[in-house]
Design a binder for this molecule. Structure first.
Ligand SMILES: Nc1ncnc2c1ncn2[C@@H]1O[C@H](COP(=O)(O)OP(=O)(O)OP(=O)(O)O)[C@@H](O)[C@H]1O
Ligand SMILES: O=C([O-])CC(=O)C(=O)O
Ligand SMILES: [Ca+2]
Ligand SMILES: [Mn+2]
Length: 684
C-alpha cells in the first residue's frame, strides 16, 4: 500500500480518507480489494474516474521539493546559524560544511587557536579545519592553505589536519559525547551522564606552580601551602607533551569564554580539550559569550591545555605520579595531564583568579552568594561538602553564585557562569531547585542509572561518592543575572562538624570571624570504608587552601577590611553533627539549617538574646524560630556530657595546633587586630 503524507491532492485525500475509514470494506464502489487479495499481494488501487494520472500513487510526488538527493535533503535540515559559525569560502581557511559566509572572523579564530596549539620547539601551529572530521569528506577535496607555514623540520604531525570544534552548542556536544565517548548517556530528564575516568575528584598533591623570579616572592610557598613548585623548563616539557597529544588527535574542542561577571574585571579564557564532556562542562561553568562577543574575542588572557586523557611522564623532574596539573602564571597557561576530572579546570582557573584579583585590590572567595528581595547579600564560606551550593540555592532568594566570587569596592560578582552541585542522596523534596536543574544541557558526572529507563539513582555510590551536576546558573529559576550584587551584609562560615560539638549557629565578632576564616575548619567523615567511625578534622586556610596563591593572611586582611567598612556580621553555622559525634549523633536536619539561615537573612537573629560558650567563646542564640531549642546548645543534645567535654577539648586542641603556623603573621596595618584574632581562638 502506498504511503501518504499530509500534502495529498484532493482526489487522493478522499481516497485515503475512505481507506483509513473502512479498511478493506467496499464503501461506494470506487475502489475495492478483498481480504484475500490483501493477504496474497498488494491490492490494485483504482482512483476516482476523471482524476489525472490514474494508476499512479501520488503520495510521494506531492509539491515540488528543493532537493534532488538524500544529501541535499539532509542539508536542508540544518538551518544556518549566524554569526558564530562563520565560513570563509574558497582557499584560505577551511571550515566545516555548515555556516554562512562572514568575512574573516572565522579565520581570525583559527589563526588564534593555531597560535595556542603551536609547538614551542617547532614554532608552528597545526593545520586547522573547523568542524567535525566526519563531515570532512567534502572538505578534503578543497585545496587547503595552512594557517601557518611549517618550518624546515616538517614532521608528520605538521602534515596532518586537526579539526577544531569551537564553542559548540550543548546539543552538538551531546552528539559528540554520545558518538565518541564511552560512558556518555542521556538520562531520563535529559542530562548528559558522563564518566570522568579513573579520577573522580581533584588531585591536589599533583598540582604544580611555576616558581620564577616573580612568583618566588609573591606566592605562598612552603609548609601548609598548596603551591608545590616546578621550574619553567619542566612546565614547558609538560606543555609540549600536552600540545603534541592534542595535535595528534583528529579533533580538539576549543571553548572561548569569560570569568567574572564584573565587566571591568572580566578575564578571557580559552580551554583546549579532547573531550566533549570537558567542553560542555566548561560551557556550563564559565560565562558564555554572546555571538558578538565571541566574534570579537581576540587573544585569551589565560589558556588551559587539557590533555587529561594522556599521562605525564614520570621521568620528568618534579613528577611524582602520572597526573600533573601545572600552572604557569607568567605564561598565563595551565596544563592538565593524567586526570580527566573536569573540576580541575574550574578550580585551576579559580587559583588563577586568587592571584590576579588581589593585585587589583579585589578579594577572591571560595563562597556561595545570594541576595534577598531587599538587596541584602550573604556570603557562604565553607570547604567542600559543607553546604555552599545547597544553602545558597534558596527558593526565597536570588542566587548570585554557588562557589567562587569576587568582592571589590563595587560589591560582589560571581566568577563563574554555572553551578557544580554534589548529587549524592539528592532528593526532589529537600533540594527542588537543584533537582529541576538536572535537565537537558546539564553534565551529570559519575552517577549510576537504570539501564532501560535512564532514571538516575542518586543514592548509588558505586562509581564515587563525589557525584556532581554542572549546570548553567540560569537553570536555577531565581538566579540573579548578571550575577553581581551590592556589598554583603552577612558572612556565613559553614563547618560540617562531624565531632558534633560546634553549635548549629553562633554569632561571631570580627576577630572570631577572621580566626575561623583563617582556620577553615570542617570535619567530614573519613570515608565509607567499614569500621571507620572517627571523624577527621580538616583545616584549610580561607576555606580553600587548595586554591589560594598568596599567604592566607593577605586574604584575611582584605576580608576584615571589607567587613569592617560595610558593617557585615559574621556567623558560624555547623551543618554537621548534633547530639554526638558521627556514629552516635546525627547530621543536623537540612530543614533546621535552612531555618537558621532564614533567621540570619531576616535580621531576627541579630536582635536575639545570646549566651557565650566555654572554650570557643561562641555566642549562641537562646531561640531560633522553627528550630528545637534543645539542639542550639550542643551539650544539651549530648546524652554523655563527659564525652561531650572530652570531644570539645580534643577539637579545641586541633584548632590550636593548626593555628600555630599563623601566630607570627600580622594582619592589617596595626597589630591590634592580629592580637585580637589570636585571642579569638579556643581558650583552655
Ligand atoms: N544540615 C545540612 N546543611 C547543609 N547541607 C546538608 C545538611 N545536611 C545534609 N546536607 C548535604 O550536604 C551536602 C552539602 O554539599 P554542597 O554541594 O552544598 O557543598 P559545597 O559546600 O557546595 O561543596 P563544594 O565546594 O565541593 O561544591 C549536600 O549533599 C546536602 O544535601
Ligand atoms: O573542585 C571540586 O572538585 C569541587 C569543589 O567545588 C570543591 O572541592 O571545592
Ligand atoms: Ca558546591
Ligand atoms: Mn568548591
Amino acid at each position: 500500500m502506498c504511503k501518504t503524507n499530509t500534502t495529498l491532492g484532493q482526489a487522493n485525500q478522499d481516497a485515503w480518507w475512505k481507506m483509513a475509514g473502512n479498511g478493506n470494506e467496499n464503501a461506494d464502489g470506487d475502489f475495492s480489494f478483498s481480504a484475500a487479495a490483501a493477504r496474497d499481494a498488494l491490492p490494485r488501487i483504482t482512483t476516482e474516474k476523471g482524476a489525472k494520472s490514474a494508476d499512479v500513487c501520488h503520495d510521494d510526488t506531492a509539491p515540488r521539493v528543493n532537493f534532488q538527493t538524500i544529501d541535499e535533503l539532509h542539508s536542508l535540515q540544518k538551518k544556518r546559524s549566524a554569526p558564530t559559525t562563520p565560513l570563509k569560502e574558497g582557499g584560505g581557511v577551511v571550515m566545516g560544511t555548515s555556516g554562512p559566509t562572514t568575512p574573516s572572523s572565522g579565520e581570525t579564530m583559527l589563526q588564534s587557536v593555531s597560535a595556542s596549539l603551536a609547538s614551542l620547539t617547532r614554532e608552528t601551529g597545526p593545520k586547522l579545519i573547523r568542524g567535525d572530521p566526519t563531515s570532512a569528506a567534502k572538505v578534503a577535496h578543497v585545496p587547503h592553505t595552512p594557517t601557518s607555514v611549517p618550518a624546515a623540520d616538517v614532521s608528520d604531525s605538521g602534515l596532518k589536519f586537526t579539526h577544531i570544534l569551537h564553542n559548540l552548542s550543548p546539543a552538538e556536544l551531546y552528539e559528540q559525547a554520545i558518538k565518541y565517548e564511552k560512558g556518555s548517556f542521556v538520562t531520563s530528564t535529559g542530562a548528559l551522564a558522563t564518566l570522568s575516568g579513573a579520577k573522580t575528584g581533584r588531585s591536589p598533591k599533583d598540582k604544580r606552580v611555576v616558581k620564577d623570579e616573580t612568583t618566588a616572592s609573591e606566592l605562598w610557598w612552603g609548609k601548609g601551602s598548596p603551591n608545590i613548585e616546578m621550574d619553567e623548563q619542566t612546565f614547558l616539557v609538560n606543555r609540549e607533551r600536552a600540545v603534541d597529544y592534542l595535535n595528534s588527535l583528529d579533533k580538539v574542542f576549543v571553548n572561548d569564554q569569560y570569568l567574572n561577571w564584573d565587566p571591568e574585571n572580566r578575564i578571557k579564557v580559552r580551554i583546549v580539550s579532547a573531550r566533549a564532556y570537558h567542553s560542555l562542562f566548561m560551557h556550563n561553568m564559565c560565562i558564555r559569550p554572546t555571538p558578538e562577543e565571541l566574534e570579537n574575542f581576540g587573544t585569551p588572557d589565560f589558556t588551559i591545555y587539557n590533555a587529561g586523557k594522556f599521562p605525564c611522564n614520570r621521568y620528568t623532574h618534579y613528577m611524582t605520579s602520572s597526573t600533573s596539573v601545572d600552572i604557569n602564571l607568567g605564561r598565563r597557561e595551565m596544563v592538565i595531564l593524567g586526570t580527566q576530572y573536569a573540576g580541575e579546570m574550574k578550580k585551576g582557573l579559580f587559583g588563577v583568579m586568587h592571584y590576579l584579583m588581589p593585585k587589583r585590590k579585589i578579594l577572591s572567595l571560595h563562597s556561595g552568594c545570594n541576595m534577598g528581595k531587599e538587596g541584602d547579600v550573604a556570603l557562604f564560606f565553607g570547604l567542600s561538602g559543607t553546604g555552599k551550593t545547597t544553602l545558597s540555592t534558596d527558593h526565597n532568594r536570588y542566587l548570585i553564585g554557588d562557589d567562587e566570587h569576587c568582592w571589590s569596592d563595587a560589591g560582589v560578582s560571581n566568577i563563574e557562569g554555572g553551578c557544580y552541585a554534589k548529587c549524592i542522596d539528592l532528593s526532589r523534596e529537600k533540594e527542588p531547585d537543584i533537582w529541576n536543574a538536572i535537565k537537558f544541557g546539564t553534565v551529570l558526572e559519575n552517577v549510576v542509572f537504570d539501564e532501560h529507563t535512564r532514571e538516575v539513582d542518586y543514592n548509588d555510590k558505586s562509581v564515587t561518592e563525589n557525584t556532581r551536576a554542572a549546570y548553567p546558573i540560569e537553570y536555577i529559576p531565581n538566579s540573579k543575572i548578571p550575577c553581581i550584587g551590592p556589598h554583603p551584609k552577612n558572612v556565613i562560615l559553614l563547618a560540617c562538624d562531624a565531632f558534633g560539638v560546634l553549635p548549629p549557629i553562633s554569632k561571631l565578632d570580627l576577630a572570631q570571624t577572621m580566626y575561623h576564616f583563617i582556620s577553615g575548619y570542617t570535619a567530614l567523615v573519613a570515608g565509607t570504608e567499614e569500621g571507620v567511625k572517627e571523624p577527621r578534622a580538616t583545616f584549610s586556610a580561607c576555606f580553600g587552601a587548595a586554591f589560594i596563591m598568596l599567604h592566607p593572611t593577605k586574604y584575611a586582611a582584605m576580608l576584615a577590611e571589607k567587613m569592617q567598612a560595610q558593617g557585615a556580621t559574621g556567623w558560624l553555622v555547623n551543618t554537621g553533627w548534633s547530639g554526638g559525634s558521627y556514629g552516635a549523633g546525627s547530621r543536623i536536619k537540612l530543614a533546621y539549617t535552612r531555618k537558621i539561615i532564614d533567621a540570619i537573612h531576616s535580621g531576627s537573629l541579630l536582635n536575639a538574646t545570646y549566651h557565650k560558650t566555654e572554650i570557643f567563646g561562641l555566642e549562641i542564640p537562646n531561640e531560633v524560630e522553627g528550630v528545637p531549642s534543645e539542639i542550639l546548645e550542643p551539650m544539651n543534645a549530648w546524652e554523655d556530657k563527659e564525652a561531650y567535654k572530652d570531644t570539645l577539648l580534643k577539637l579545641a586542641g586541633l584548632f590550636r595546633n593548626n593555628f600555630e603556623t599563623f601566630t607570627s603573621h600580622k594582619i592589617g596595618d596595626d597589630g591590634k587586630l592580629t592580637e585580637e584574632i589570636l585571642a579569638a581562638g579556643p581558650n583552655f
